[in-house]
Design a protein around this ligand. Structure first.
Ligand code: URA
Length: 423
């Protein structure tokens, strides 16, 4: 077999055979198929698609390219959540300890942010001492101590995806449902979780801008998980406006701790509790109410154990950016729009995100929202506070926010927080 044959087949709208897929993924991982050949194939897949059988074979081949984790030695069921990424999406932070407090183990491999969406590891790394890199044995120890662990995937997990995702990132081939679904699910299946809840975001701040494309991605991922023996459910949730009031690493940790203390913004609490219920149901755990576990301190206890077990100090002061700037409401009325993508872009330009994988992030940078769509505002009241380490960053953040918000006489309909559930 050779790479040109496989590229030509997909270029000419043929289905790839299981043997072609197995060969090309294995040969690419070993370096026998060159990057330029794999990028031609990725582009042919983006343009001509893959059917469900091809996507399943592609996913399985990527899983086989590396190790598969196994939690069967644990005495409780495992459950995980994956979000397709959004602005202000800090849900993993309160959710993982909450589900642990309710009786399931949560082994979560997370990522760093790229572009306008934040990454869970960047957020947690703003806690002094906290470590994202753990060995498999250390992961098991943290799970046994705290019930939940959130860490970086080791290099042995789905190495074909690591190589391919980096290539897609620089060849305009990220936006393909077969490639996104197989990329996410190969890592989640290899991670070894028994149950998985997918939070597929919809709107300007998400990968998927429309409910239709988000539904197609969700259905594809649910089918891949279910076929691999993972009990998988997906929620389609709103990302036309930011989630919560904090956007930026340390700012989002602070907001997550508020939620764990029984407070926090209503949308973050609602989504955290809903996802916790879905994870517990998929894992077959009953008897504990996640809403109560946020009020009675048990979720907070699990959070403190989880942070400490990964070297972090749960009582440490979080980093703050040196400079702030306030954006005021232009007139009185109802805030009718606050665009998620624009706020994410502003936070990124303030230093909260990175342009290249190796760039550092500023832990204190970001945006605090003082009003959400539907709220009444008065002319001149603070609408947003921008946080950055240098004042020079404010001008480009303000540019990103141009046209991002509107005040009008009456509220406008917005996407419901939970749009649909796919099983
Ligand atoms: N996240 C992933 O892990 N893979 C993709 O292809 C897109 C988002």
């Amino acid at each position: 077999m050779d790479a040109i044959e496989v590229i030509r087949a997909k270029r000419d709208h043929h289905e790839l055979t299981d043997a072609q897929i197995d060969w090309v993924i294995d040969a690419y991982t070993r370096g026998e198929v060159a990057d330029e050949q794999m990028s031609a194939l990725a582009m042919a897949i983006l343009l001509n698609g893959m059917n469900r059988r091809e996507i399943a074979a592609w996913t399985q081949a990527m899983i086989r390219s590396g190790e598969r984790m196994d939690w069967s030695a644990l005495d409780r069921p495992t459950a995980d959540k994956h979000s397709t990424g959004g602005v202000g999406d800090k849900i993993t932070l309160p959710l993982a300890p909450l589900v642990a407090a309710c009786g399931a183990f949560v082994p979560q491999l997370s990522g760093r942010g790229l572009g306008h969406t934040g990454g869970t590891l960047d957020k947690l790394e703003s806690i002094p001492g906290w470590r994202a890199s753990l060995s498999n044995d250390e992961m098991l120890d943290v799970l046994r101590t705290a019930g939940a662990v959130v860490c970086a995937a080791g290099s042995g997990l789905a190495p074909a995806d690591k190589k391919l995702y980096a290539l897609r990132d620089v060849t305009g081939t990220v936006e393909s449902i077969p490639l996104i679904a197989s990329s996410i699910m190969s890592k989640k299946i290899a991670e070894g979780t028994g149950a998985l809840v997918l939070d597929v975001k919809v709107g300007s701040g998400a990968f998927m801008k429309t409910t239709e494309t988000a539904r197609e991605l969700a259905e594809t991922m649910v089918a891949l998980g279910t076929d691999a023996g993972v009990r998988t459910v997906a929620l389609l949730t709103a990302m036309d406006r930011p989630l919560g009031r904090a956007v930026g690493n340390a700012l989002e940790v602070e907001e997550s701790v508020e939620v764990l203390a029984g407070g926090g913004p209503a949308d973050v609490v609602e989504l955290t509790v809903r996802l916790a219920r879905e994870m517990l149901e998929a894992a077959g755990v009953s008897g504990k109410d996640p809403a109560k576990a946020l009020q009675d301190g048990s979720a907070m206890d699990a959070w403190r154990r989880m942070i400490a077990a990964q070297g972090g100090d749960p009582d440490a002061l979080l980093p703050r950016a040196a400079e702030t700037m306030t954006v005021e409401a232009p007139e009185s009325g109802v805030l009718t729009r606050l665009d998620a993508y624009a706020v994410g872009l502003a936070a990124w330009r303030l230093g909260a995100g990175r342009a290249r994988k190796e760039d550092p992030v500023s832990p204190g940078a970001g945006v605090m929202l003082h009003a959400k769509p539907g709220d009444l505002v008065r002319a001149g009241q603070p609408l947003l506070t921008l946080h950055a380490d240098e004042t020079a960053r404010f001008a480009r953040a303000i540019e990103a926010l141009d046209g991002a918000y509107a005040v009008g006489p009456a509220s406008r309909p917005q996407l419901p927080l939970v749009i649909d559930r796919i099983t």
